[in-house]
Design a binder for this molecule. Sequence first.
Ligand code: V55
Ligand code: FE
Length: 484
Amino acid sequence: MSVRFPDEPGFQGRFAPVRMEGEIRGLEVTQGEVPDVLRGTYYRVGADPAWPPFVDHDFYFNADGIVSMFRFAGGYVDFRTRYVRTPRFVAEREARRSLFGAYRNPYSDDESVAGLSRGLANTNVYWHAGRLLASKEDSPPVQVDPDTLDTVGEWTWEGDLSSQTATAHPKIDPRDGSLVFFGYAAKGETTPDIAYYEADSSGRIVHEAWFTAPYSSMIHDWAVTEHFVIFPIIPLTSDLERLKAGGPYYVWDGSRDVYLGVVPRRGTNVRWFRGTNRFASHIMNAFDDGRHVYIDTPVGEKSAFPWFPDITGAPFDPEKSRGYLSRWTLDTRGDPDEGFSEARLTSCPGEFPRTDERWATSEYRFGVMNLTEVPGQPLDDGLPGFRWLASIDPETGQMRTRFAGRDSTVQEAVFVPPVPDAPHGHGYVLQLVDRHTTASTDLLVLDARRIDAEPVATLRIPIRMPGGLHGNWVSEDQLAQRIG
Ligand code: V55
Ligand code: FE
């Protein structure tokens, strides 16, 4: 039997699996200088299938998590990239083939792996209470060594995680270092159960509350403010019978309303604010004034994920899937049936919004996101994907944009403060840019206030990085507090 990936667009060309682990000590700096003040490590996770799937039309949400790290010190950047040794990765490596079947479908697996964790650790890698955790929303996170990227094992908060799952989008409240998180499908795949947790800065779970969603859906990201947490119920719906029958895990249902489940911080009661049908995925930031909640998120008419079909059988519609950064405003003392309002902040569609995390959960003036289009700047190279980075002041809508270049696409950007008390939005933005002509990837260090200027530094990774999801900067001081 030979290793051969499907002759499908998702596994060929610029989407071909990379499957390479390794390290480079001292990445080449091809332009500029790496600032001395940057001391810490940028971690990010890619989704890269170690073995060809045995199911048809597989997609990267179902690929193995591979964590990459860029350690900055004294103007040098050391690079390392390594697959997370999930139980699933280990079993398939031993067998030299895929044993797990379709996305989040245990009924499609080889019987030899029944009962083994299906977690892929492929969506985010974050730091809390001295631990580096690689996560996917269908399972508990996996702890990874922050120096070697060796896998430590599944982290369940000393066994206190009662949910079967934990979100890949936890928030850290900068006020006290709490990890604010949840699990959905918390009682098993497709269940409408949500478990809400807060862990204190030592990593101990100190709050737990359970809710039932109006219907079962993907709750990929959520909003956390000083006084509230908000669960967005967006109609990418799941259904156990469909899953058992081998159907898609999610379908887009344009007939269903959206709900925002509002819970006071460390509270136990939810109120579901209803809105009309629409799509949203990632939250740039959210905050409240004690009564109103403000949530900034790209909003589209339909799902942005082409591999989850429309329930009506309608083909994927790229126009309607465009997301425009918008602000949702909700009166927590109002009538839930009155819902919430929406105001568009930009005319450029995009996704992967991030903020200066020191202002997470607070009123803020700085965000970045990737754009697929900029009106008035047509492209002639026919390359789809995220082609621009934008920085935005959500208060005024004022934007700066940076074109990645011909035959180039961008991965998620992160903001890095040079010192802990640097002013809001003053610092650097790190972003991986894939150069498709040379099948290599550059790591750009940008001035956060002038992302459209010449980069502060460009580092060259001589291979193409696997397609990535999310990542985070961990400062040298944080790393000094590692546990285990
Ligand atoms: C997302 C990614 C996932 C997933 C569910 O970006 C949602 C959204 C990489 O896996 O399983
Ligand atoms: Fe995400």
